[in-house]
Design a protein around this ligand. Sequence first.
Ligand code: ADP
Ligand code: TZD
Ligand code: MG
Length: 578
Amino acid sequence: MSAVVQSISSAAPEAARELTDGFNLIIDALKLNGLDTIYGVPGIPITDFGRMAQAAGIRVLSFRHEQNAGYAASIAGFLTKKPGICLTVSAPGFLNGLTALAHATTNCFPMILISGSSEREIVDLQQGDYEEMDQLAVAKPLCKAAFRVLHAQDIGIGLARAIRAAVSGRPGGVYLDLPAKLFGQVMDAEEGRKSLVKVIDAAPAQLPAPESIQRALAVLKGAKRPLIILGKGAAYAQADDEIRQLVEKSGIPFLPMSMAKGLLPDLHPQCAGAARSTVLKDSDVVMLIGARLNWLLSHGKGKSWGDQPKKFIQIDIEPKEMDSNVEIVAPVVGDIGSCVSALLAGMGGTWQAPPAEWTQAVAKKRDENVAKMAPRLMNNNVPMDYHGALGVLRTIIAERPDAILINEGANTLDLARGVIDMHQPRKRLDVGTWGVMGIGMGYAIAAAVETGKPVLAVEGDSAFGFSGMEVETICRYNLPVCVVIFNNNGIYRGTDVNTAGDDPATTVFVRDARYDRMMEAFGGVGVNAISPDELKRAVNAAMDSGKPTLINAVIDPTAGSESGRIGNLNPQSALKKK
Ligand code: ADP
Ligand code: TZD
Ligand code: MG
């Protein structure tokens, strides 16, 4: 229901009419479409809007920096399939949120960045308004769509367009520009109510062409060493049962990309996670489900894919993704739920499993690699190395499979991804397609808010620094978040020395910093853990109590390697190869 802002009684009482305004129409439009959570930072011109939204029953979470609010909105979109909403002030606030909007677009997460903006007339004449900027123009190249609403009667349509653009087809980020003047515009309440749009079927099913299914099945049937790669698009699609059925019925080994871990459990007998290099090299047919052949898969060619010629089948909602890096012999365009169901139907009652020679070779390699790693994970060394600390966290996640794991850093990311098995879908949230640092606390907050589950954030000390101030936000909302900082005194390692002068080396931080005290400053629990046993006790206590906790895990500063697992991407290492 639209709130009535005032009742004007002019001369005749029958002329009295209810009025509404921009503030209330935006709130009503959000609520009508089930958008009940806003992540943002207040200020002119949206402070009152935030207050009114809160009063109207929308959950409004105030952050310390818009980038973190934006990352929160982006991952809320991934987790819920509804656009996550980030609300900012104009120019600087907008720009702070923009990194997250671009991140959402790059990662195919639905999100709407709503920013207040200054007076159009003054901005367009560049007359120097408060926080002046042509935000719409700046946002456009970084998102799927950008809209501005100038009139109160267009708020309903404006939001409907933003929602559809964010969630339909390949999901992504949308910018919605709301000039300050819009909020106070008044219109007839009944007209206002009628102008709102409840979006029906915002992300319609997109059925694959039957021929594309037949083509894909024919290629799969001819495979001797098939592989299925699951990407975060498959996790997003929430077609968990269908995907599991397809994998199990086909008998094909599967490789989960980072955020698809747990879609089927990492301990599933067909999981090839620990035999990654073998399956990439030796497979002959690869079926991609919601995963792009970008840098994370070495563009589908080159050394890591070996000499074995490959045939690719690709399931994706975005037709332009096909042939983006290598030829796709069987493109299947549609939403993953519909495509996977159609494949299952086409497979019929019985399906010939892949040759046992292949599946056994994959399982053998995987088991060997797991066995090789096992003793390292059980070490109780002080100072801790990555493996000792991660071994503990791996057990904790196995015992608490519904907890959500957030992960960023370099060594802290790459090693945690390999070591910590995931057991349920959409429980691992990390740096994504860009490998961006700074998602940590925003993701942790949104994961706790959207799912109500306990959150474990495993953070490099550098990575944490990008969003560290939000530990205050975590305490303020009393969220069940346990942050573990792998503190190795720096980026990659804590041992670099600047031989040219007195300044510290560029990759090191203050030695032996006590990040745990940051959490204590805001009333949360801080723990300094120097051994795997201490780490284990502290994390379990945090997960049991649900209290905001930050554990400073002291890691051997010599343990990490430059750039973690992607040192080969450094320009210097390419030079050395020549
Ligand atoms: P990863 O990083 O895990 O390899 P990517 O982000 O590269 O995954 O790929 C995700 C892909 O999933 C994108 O190409 C996107 O278009 C696709 N996608 C997202 N949602 C759906 C869906 N519901 N149906 C089909 N494809 C989807
Ligand atoms: N800035 C942004 C936004 N994203 C980035 N990825 C980087 C900078 C560069 N970068 C990495 O790629 S990892 C990393 C940076 C700064 C930090 C690694 O240090 P860490 O992890 O402490 O987080 P480890 O365990 O010490 O390797
Ligand atoms: Mg570090």
